[in-house]
Design a binder for this molecule. Sequence first.
Ligand code: HEM
Length: 438
Amino acid sequence: MGAVEQTTAGGYLEAYEQALARAPMSAFGLVREWMRTDWRNLFAELRERRPVFVTPAFTVVTRFADVTEVLSHEEVFSVRAFGPRLDAALGAPFMLGRDATPMNWREKGLMQAILDPGDAARVRDLTGRLADDLLDAALSGGASDGSVEAVGALFRPVALAVCARYFGVPGPDQATLSRWTRAVVADGFANFVGDPAMRAASEQAGAELVGHLRDLLARHRADLAAGRDLPDDVFTRLVRSSLPAGTGLTDERIVTNMAGMPLGFVESAPGAMAEAVEQLLLRPDVRAEAVAAAPDPDRFDPYVWEALRFSPFFKLIPRLCERDHVLAAGTPRSTLIPAGTFVLAAPASAMFDADVVPQPEEFRLDRPRHHRLFFGSGHHACLGVHVAGPVIAETVRRLLLRPGVHLLPPPRGRVERSLGIFPDAFVLGTGAKGQEGR
Ligand code: HEM
């Protein structure tokens, strides 16, 4: 199936080494900038020439086996790379901030039971109705040329409405909940230089989110005590649930775990939708096939998963190496990673490793599920996967069921991202208002 040219421009390692000899700080900045803007070509060169890319500031891991090795050894490669910042924002430990603790084991298990995979059909149905209403509004009231800014008109409001109606976290209003999550997630995952303003904004936003959830919990408790009906959502299920005495599911633990729902979802779902739509529309033959398959979700969804392989929302997953570890032991890539190393495992690169993923440049629908790393892997694999999958796929499906959706030429048609990660805007052409659908 049609492939967009994925050329290896090359020359990154030489440019890096020259910069390193002149000014180390600028060399790290260069690599960070490439990882933001030119990651595909950078990773292709690293996989081939320097699969474990050691710099004095961080180590980038690019091959499939090595990325999964990092992500499955939580006792060696810990989330202390960002966990303390999440804890500081929430004022309490959260599962994604701790490794292999009894609390992590217990609460992930509980939250897995509460986020019942059996909810997938209900969530998909909800998403479909939300997406259609938003698309109707956007297409009838949008720009005079029929273009639609999909992040603001569709992706983000779908995620926020699912967060309100399925998770039971509406926020005081959508804009505030969005601002809180962005501030916390940005500091946790994109504040590479430790900017104090980003840190302060995260702690302020986290405190406001936690305060809001405490109020909501108090209201749920009062409603339960008064015998009033509660809606069936994740929050109310958690309020009604119990763990054996002594295992510590206090109200504060409920609040912390509920805070993790918007934090896990409100940026990453719109981000993944934008990535998937862009990858599908970049390939005219793939787009045509996906549109033809769109009436049937079972046929359509594999297009979305393959699109996300080409461009996952989380391209890099940070870890801190806790003790000396030989990565890829017994292979030519074998590398000692000393304790204290900041490690960036790159799923975006791993899913293009031809040793594991055959003909990675080809857009194929028959790839096995274990080749997909866009929901993470190992100890911290995504808790929300059974909900997030239907939300992403159904939103993209409803969009592509509208006739004439197409990419606009750059710069207008580019996905705009803050900090190179968070989706801000994606203007799409549509067949509406006489605009030529392509
Ligand atoms: C239903 C919505 C979602 C919720 C509630 C959610 C929640 C979470 C939580 C709590 C974790 C940490 C699990 C742990 O520590 O064991 C996690 C991990 C992760 N999630 Fe999600 N998530 C959601 C949607 C998404 C989406 C849309 C994506 C991207 C496509 C995503 C990608 C990831 C990744 C890559 C990890 C691993 C992070 C790591 O290993 O450091 N999640 N998610």
